[in-house]
Design a protein around this ligand. Sequence first.
Ligand code: FAD
Length: 546
Amino acid sequence: MPRSPSKSGAPESHDFTAKSPDSPSAKVIEAFELTATGPLGALSPRLFYEIVQQSPLAISITDDKAAILYVNPAFETLTGYGRDSVLGQNESILSHKQTPKGVYGELWSTIQDKRSWRGTLVNRRNSGEAYLAELSISPVLNGEGDIAYFLGIHRDVTELHALEKQVHHQKALIESVLDSAPVIVSLIDAERRVILDNQAYKKLLGDLHGREPAMLFLDALQQDGVDLKTACRECRGFGDMEVRLDIAGRAEPRWFSVSGTWVDELDSTAGSYFTAQASGRCCLLLVANEITALKRQMEQVRMQHLRASLAEQQRVQDMREALSGAIFQLQTPFNVIQAAASMLDRGTDLNKAREVLDQVLASGRQAMDTLRGALPAELQESETNVNLNTLLRDVLTLMTDEFLAQGVIIDWHPQTILSGVNGRPNQLRSMFMRLIENALLAVAESGKDHRSIRITTRSQEDGVEVLIQDNGPGIPEGLRLKVFEPFYTGWKQAYGRAGMGLSMVQETVNQHGGVVDVNPAFLDGCQIRVSFPVSTSKPIAPGASL
Ligand code: FAD
């Protein structure tokens, strides 16, 4: 609690100013006594007076209307006003008239509310020179709790402000240089937060619907075997790593060439004031170049090659399907002849007929052996680590003309970063092609105006799943297993198909250690689920003949 002055208004004891050559007024003495025991806590008025006199901060005490009663030597030095020339004047003599009126309004409403105010004002020295004053004003209350005085403390922060501005300008300059660079730049701290980026990065962020490109790059690099933790520990950068991002709703993937450099964060804590030292925290400067156009050109060449090899694959499979059909057809009469021969075996006087049947059987066997021999061998293809997004995109590109001709909307939902699976790329491509051709037939037979096929890829705990769904008539519950049997066909028209498609799909999936089925829970058409294990250790079963 502040001590009360005597009734006369004079302080009860003011020997603390006895040594002062300036002989302060009774009001100043009272102000010091109230302030020493008020806003600044319990100090002896003498000690407080000494502190104020020697303080490097400009300190003034005013009455409740801001008329100056006391200023310390630092105030005189900073403002250029001698003590005598400011006593009795309003603090507004320091105003440079550039501070907005609203600031003063806020200042006054705060201090009149008996609260301290802190802010920055544009002040003017006696010489006319402007300076920035960081000012705090505290109300000093009398024994009745009313405002008796104000204590003002300010310092010149012009240089500090200039430095801040300079840092701000330099940051803006760096940012505008980075922004004009035609590369994607981001700086990532140890907590995987993006702490600096440029316009190209922000644009990509928008294209990815808010998903941080830097995190996708890092995840993709890690998936490609880049050990980021060790690289960070050893401050080892990496250069020109190719990263592919599959973006939902976009027909083709985007490709980036990504480089990374580790930057040591400088320690800005007080401990490093005299000697600059590294903080031990690494930041990663990621620079990425989009190389989609280049990849597109390479892709066109690859697609031409792929078209040729898929056509060959298709030719062989068509031939195998036709011949398998013929063998299947032959099997039935052959079985009948076999049964007849067995019956004749049991007779006694039909030796001649038996002889003829034996001839038929022999020639039939020969015909079947010839047909089996005519079956072209499956194309040999070596197993490799494949990305199913890439394969499916190949298939979609190859089938684009068919989609357009049939007015089918393709809804492509690839998982942005997908684990690889062990497989034979061409075999898998033609398998997916068959499934999508089936989906096309289904939506065509449905006769619906809105025809759509949705293809989704997603990583599972230990595998990769592909969903191919169409809004066609769907497959009734009783046929969900039967459709995978050889020579079963449920299409309204034959379309020149022998009903071997899904059976061959199942064979391919089995050879890859995967599983295929019709999702019973999907009721708006048909959804085929194909899943493959991610493990690369398990070899793919050798190709079995039909
Ligand atoms: P004015 O017309 O005097 O005031 C502008 C606005 O301030 C008014 O519209 C009103 O909203 C408010 N105001 C002014 N006086 C009062 C009052 N007595 N009661 C209620 N509201 C009021 N100003 C500086 O520019 N630099 C300083 O370093 C500085 N230090 C100060 C230190 C202390 C301890 C105190 C109490 C005030 C200080 N001031 C300072 C504020 C100063 O007193 C003036 O209010 C300010 O400079 C504006 O003056 P002006 O002549 O431009 O406008």
